[in-house]
Design a protein around this ligand. Structure first.
Ligand SMILES: NC(=O)c1ccc[n+]([C@@H]2O[C@H](COP(=O)([O-])OP(=O)(O)OC[C@H]3O[C@@H](n4cnc5c(N)ncnc54)[C@H](O)[C@@H]3O)[C@@H](O)[C@H]2O)c1
Length: 347
């Protein structure tokens, strides 16, 4: 195990905070710089961190800093690829929040450049790295479920459209890229990351453009909601090359209760995510097993720890940007199917 420490920079003082705190809490990492358009946000976060941080308001200048080895990118979606490209072009390791990009094309470009550069490139995926998902993933790999031939995944909010940065509701944002992406990534991981073949879906915006359905039933000004240009719901079906099927749904706002759920159908056993349960038949008798994972490590600590292990110990990356690209391909295909009314075949 390397004695060295990773010197990290955190970009974006929203989701950058839990990611940055986890990096700073790891004994093999120090957060040496912050980058945001708003200096006060960096000052606020720096007060929570050990050591001292340089502040950057220009990510290009930050990427030139030789005292930074690795960068977490937590800007609004539209900035993930421009910032991450600059990071890898300057030979720094990169970790990007979800979704990888605001389009399939941008995601592909970043993956190609990142892989060619040879730096560690990783997605920060809080649902995939949760204790529950890791536990189910281990069971799946050990064959507990037998053949996983079907799954359902949904993320539904009653009134949860975020509008604190307009990137969420403008083109390149939307419910599926914001929220659906978590359950899609997690269920795809649990299914063993099969190759998608076809995608069909519906999508639209029933609440956002009318000024309804915003986070916590808050009212937002018309100047905000008239800029609405993304989906607030999407649902569809993905058929994989191995014959498995996946029903996936994502609603930022709806007349339904809040829910985040994944259900796995295997020919030996099944599972649900929340609350975590396993379903099996033993001696002809159905067994419903409640699973209570003892003191789960926080996703953020697991993500930070794995990023550092990849950098310092050359551990094989379990969540490379390529996975973010493959999930983006499925998301964009579903949204395209919704817009065109046609099934989309994934090349
Ligand atoms: N569980 C998760 O993994 C999770 C949760 C929430 C958000 N996110 C992702 O994090 C991203 C940001 O969402 P948020 O809720 O943190 O938003 P936010 O608005 O709270 O924070 C974004 C920050 O980025 C800064 N910023 C914007 N453009 C920048 C640029 N060009 N250079 C440097 N800084 C810039 C803003 O000033 C702001 O402080 C989104 O892509 C979202 O999908 C992930």
């Amino acid at each position: 195990m390397s004695e060295k420490k990773v010197r990290a920079c955190v970009v974006g003082m929203g989701i950058g905070k839990p990611n940055g705190s986890a990096l700073a809490a790891n004994a093999r990492c120090e957060v040496v710089a912050l980058c945001d358009l708003v200096t006060e946000r960096m000052e606020d976060f720096a007060r929570e961190l050990p050591g001292e941080q340089k502040f950057y308001t220009d990510y290009k200048a930050m990427c030139k800093d030789p005292d930074i080895d690795a960068v977490f990118v937590g800007t609004p979606n539209q900035w993930h690829v421009p910032v991450a490209l600059e990071v890898v072009k300057n030979d720094k390791h990169v970790m990007v929040t979800k979704p990888l990009a605001d389009s399939e094309r941008a995601a592909k470009q970043l993956v190609e450049v990142a892989e060619a550069s040879g730096v560690v490139n990783m997605m920060s995926l809080s649902t995939r790295f949760s204790g529950q998902c890791q536990y189910l993933g281990d069971l799946a790999r050990k064959g507990y479920f037998g053949d996983l031939y079907y799954a359902r995944a949904r993320s539904v909010r009653r009134s949860g459209i975020p509008a604190w940065n307009l990137g969420f509701i403008q083109k390149g944002g939307g419910a599926f890229r914001d929220m659906g992406v978590h359950v899609l990534d997690a269920v795809w991981y649990l299914l063993g990351m099969p190759k998608p073949a076809t995608v069909t879906g519906v999508c639209g915006a029933k609440f956002g453009p009318r000024g309804r359905g915003y986070w916590g039933f808050r009212e937002v000004p018309q100047s905000t909601y008239e800029q609405y240009a993304s989906d607030d719901y999407a649902g569809g079906f993905i058929r994989f090359e191995n014959g498995a099927g996946l029903q996936v749904e994502s609603f930022w706002a709806s007349h339904q209760p809040n829910e985040l759920q994944i259900e796995l159908f295997g020919d030996e056993a099944g599972a649900q995510f929340r609350p975590l349960k396993l379903f099996k038949t033993q001696d002809g008798v159905p067994h419903d097993i409640n699973v209570d994972i003892p003191r789960p490590t926080k996703s953020w600590d697991r993500i930070a720890g794995h990023f550092i292990d990849c950098i310092l110990d050359s551990a094989p990356c379990e969540a490379p940007l390529r996975h973010g690209f493959q999930v983006q391909q499925m998301m964009e295909a579903l949204l395209k199917s919704g817009e065109t009314g046609r099934e989309i075949r994934i090349a």
